[in-house]
Design a binder for this molecule. Sequence first.
Ligand code: NOJ
Length: 444
Amino acid sequence: MQSSDFGNDFLWGVATAAAQIEGAANDYGKGPSIWDTFSKRTGKIKKGHQPTLACDFYHRYLEDIALVKTLGFKVFRFSIAWARIFPLGHGSINPEGVAFYHRVIDECLMQDLVPMVTLYHWDLPEALSKEGGWTAFGINSWFNEYVTFCAKEYGDKVKQWIVINEPFGFTSLGYMLGVHAPGQTGVNNFFDAALHTAIAQADGAKILRAEVSSAVIGTAFSCSEVVPYTQSAQDLLAAKRTDALMNRFFFEPVLGLGFPTSDWEVLEKFAISHSTWRHQERMKFDFDFIGLQNYFPLVIRYNAFIPILQAWEAKAKNRKVPHTAMGWEINADSFYRIIKQFASYPQVKSIMVTENGAAFHDKVIDGKIDDRERIEYFEAYLSAMLKAKNEGINITGYLAWTLMDNFEWAEGYQARFGLVHNDFKTQQRTIKQSGYWWQQFLSK
Ligand code: NOJ
């Protein structure tokens, strides 16, 4: 397998996110984000790590964009920190923040890289969180103000856009389970946040369509094949509920299908209590591509003790199957199947894999960062993707997660997903063997 097997127009890139790499969290006029405040709460982030400095990308973006180029990628995906543009979330603008993203974009263009911008990658301005954040009715107009500004400001230079990164990820972890920022809990918070997010996803896309000529617009979903632990009726139903929540919940509304209510009465009750049918048209958008992000399959068992979902994950470790340092099952066939699942909807025009990658306990051998497990991971996952592509699925690109080791949310700096090692004490970057593997792969 070589990269040219995917065709000459295939977009190969790396993905990053502002809060995970930028640092300069309190500098140059930026307002605090929910991750800045959440990470100060005791016990929320492993080892008490904070994203204040992260990879110091704010000061080192030239070196880092040069690395993207050196590794041979065409696309650099990064996100805009909303609070760097609007320190209070809306209203007055921070010119230094606006200028920073111009510098990043200009450098990509100078290096002949395609800049791909994610508008929302989980770092809500803290000021908006105080007003209720994603649960607040006002969020849709604040978000639209922010998107309109970015589209007008950067739309001449940026054509590739992702509106929202993993809506299920941040609404469930941040508003239901409380393990991500802003640390809220409860199913009501989750459903309020979910409805506003589903609306924002399509609103943002419509704004981009209106403001940016020849924009290529996508939005990115967390996608995990859901497999029942046994063929018992209870496990089958538990798997079905999990699939409705984790894969279909945010995806089907953009296709115009509304929320997937028929397979689970809890979702039906949500739809009734929030009159979601009133928003069905507004949540719909004909996206140019669907961003598919896959890290693991989920094996699901019925469990009566789990409130509401009544389902529980049978962890990879306990099933004794290969897994990453995060405990996530390595299973390239499952990647193939989830691509097929998302592509099976006739409304989907094309799929771009906007994130895929793995954290491992990288070793230093003979002065090199020997991460052969990561190389094997990419070899297996790319050939699974090629199989899907060769069967006729319109896959337009693949972005590896991620350029360099970074702030992995609640896992802090311990989980290393990078193709480039980062020494967080010195900020020294060292290309891992997997980075060199990519360089080779992309040269053919
Ligand atoms: C998906 C998220 O978008 C990204 O921010 C995160 O680091 C990766 N998953 C790995 O957990």
